[in-house]
Design a protein around this ligand. Structure first.
Ligand SMILES: [Cu+2]
Length: 509
């Protein structure tokens, strides 16, 4: 760029900025035309156009006079200006994509000379309800992880098991935890009778390590051990999963979370850094294997591989900084995870950190298939708070989905007549499904099945199942073990309205 051009561009910037401050016009007609249509349009949108007559104002006046000639001329001049000198380029424009390191959530620029990050020293390990982290060892400055892929009998909740495929026998697999700048090597042994491969979801790495069977590298044969290795150059919430015959292999459980802590965190470390993975399976009552081929109607919805009431609670102390990282590798369903009693901010996606000024408060975070989200909050409201997918069918277990709709029918006569034919017959669901689980003990249940929802709670039966857990916040805690049910302080527990209440407030019932 010539010196003259640079000077002109500087003037232009100063002019626009100057007007912003004073509100007084400083552009001459020639300067304004020279700046081109794009700048004018941008300036108009930003509300910085001068109030006294200018080319733009003149054009407006022409419009009102129906002076088509002048209008046409102005348009063509604008276009020419824009074509000759695009004032908003990808580099300089305000809506360009960031090209710096911050785009991928990086806290440091150099990757070659970091020692392996250590728990306690370089990061606070994540908390994995119902799960565990993958252990590692260090060899010559490289973090070494080892996994195998095998068939495993997995328990979804007491009473429901199925033969799944897991990493190290776990569904989902163990959480891989690392630190930005770590050199990592992951050995994967295939103990299935079919080929597989592991994709490191949303991690920035060499193409040949990306794990798409046949595309990134050849598939891992049964019995073979593959080696994946790269230097981690970002931090955030990621996943891993099979990328060979994905529908079958992910559907059988071959999924896991991959957490990378920042090397130099800009914000304080969370006190409680939870990880949850969402999955879904179709396990027909009485069968022992998920059916990954169905298109919809998944009946076993899990957080870290468990259906409520099999899900372990998330326990925090009042005032704890809590982070919750969620990944969704369900086959076909997005999950809006709703938290009771608190609001949070969504701070991370699998693409990186959301800048603080672009976050907004929520109580539900939608985690679509193939996404991760991290939310952060301070847990300041003691209690037992439900945290669940808000798709109502996703808070049911197995048997609540394909029942005939008998809501509102008078079933007593029917039951009486049916008893002649089927002794002990009882119509279920005339008042909803809430009682269904309670009756489960009386009914003959198919082998390997669980009531469609529920467990006895502190105050009544809790009619929920599937993708549900409980956030337990306490004033005081000796440990983060499950503290049991919450005991609400006097006057904070909903109950029957007293006669006095009704009279005082003029409520007639
Ligand atoms: Cu859901």
């Amino acid at each position: 760029m010539s010196r003259k051009k640079i000077a002109r561009r500087r003037n232009k910037q100063r002019d626009i900025a100057g007007r912003e401050k004073t509100g007084a016009p400083t552009l001459t007609r020639r300067q304004a035309l020279g700046a081109g249509g794009a700048v004018l349009a941008g300036a108009a949108m930003a509300g910085v156009l001068p109030s006294s007559p200018t080319p733009a104002r003149a054009q407006k006046m022409d419009h009102s006079k129906h002076n088509m000639g002048a209008m046409k001329m102005d348009h063509s001049m604008h276009n020419m200006g824009a074509m000759k000198k695009p004032a908003v380029s990808g580099r300089a424009g305000t809506y360009s994509i960031p090209t710096g390191n911050s785009f991928y959530a990086r806290s440091v620029d150099q990757w070659d000379n970091w020692p392996p990050g250590l728990p306690g020293k370089d990061y606070t390990p994540v908390v994995i309800p119902n799960g565990e982290a993958l252990p590692f060892k260090i060899v010559d400055g490289v973090k070494i992880f080892q996994m195998d892929v095998r068939e495993t009998m997995h328990e979804f909740a007491p009473g429901l098991k199925a033969v799944c495929w897991g990493y190290n026998g776990m569904v989902p697999g163990p959480v891989i935890e690392a630190v930005e700048g770590d050199k990592i090597r992951i050995y994967v042994t295939n103990r299935l009778n079919t080929k597989t491969s592991v994709h490191w979801h949303a991690l920035i790495l060499p193409s040949g390590m990306d794990g798409v069977g046949g595309l990134s590298h050849r598939k891992i044969n049964p019995g073979e051990t593959f080696k994946y290795e790269w230097t981690i150059n970002q931090h955030g919430t990621f996943m891993y999963h099979s990328h060979t015959d994905t529908m079958t292999q992910e559907g059988m459980g071959l999924t896991g979370m991959f957490i990378v802590h920042p090397r130099k965190p800009k914000e304080p470390r969370p006190d409680r850094d939870f990880v949850l993975m969402m999955n879904e399976f179709d396990i027909k009552p009485g069968t022992w294997r998920p059916d990954p081929n169905v298109f919809s109607g998944y009946n076993t919805l899990t957080l870290n591989g468990k259906c409520f009431p099999g899900t372990a609670p998330l326990v925090t102390k009042k005032g704890d900084r809590m982070k919750l990282r969620i990944g969704n590798l369900s086959a076909m369903d997005h999950h809006p995870l709703h938290m009771h009693g608190h609001a949070f901010q969504i701070t991370e996606t699998d693409g990186g950190i959301i800048p603080p000024e672009r976050r907004w408060p929520e109580t539900t975070v939608l985690v679509t298939v193939g996404q991760t989200r991290a939310v952060e909050l301070v847990t300041d409201n003691p209690g037992d708070w439900a945290m669940h997918c808000h798709m109502t069918h996703h808070t049911m277990n197995q048997m609540g989905h394909e029942i005939p709709n008998v809501l509102g029918i008078n079933h007593q006569q029917l039951d009486w007549k049916m008893n002649d034919i089927v002794p002990g017959y009882m119509t279920m669901g005339a008042n909803g499904m809430g009682n269904m689980a309670k009756h489960a003990g009386m009914m003959e249940m198919p082998e390997n099945s669980i009531p469609m929802m529920g467990t006895p709670g502190p105050h009544d039966y809790i009619a929920m199942g599937g993708m549900v857990t409980v956030l337990k916040v306490r004033e005081e805690l000796a440990s983060y073990d499950d503290p049991g049910w919450y005991n609400p302080p006097k006057g904070t527990l909903a109950n029957t309205a007293s006669r006095e209440d009704l009279r005082r407030d003029g409520i007639k019932v």
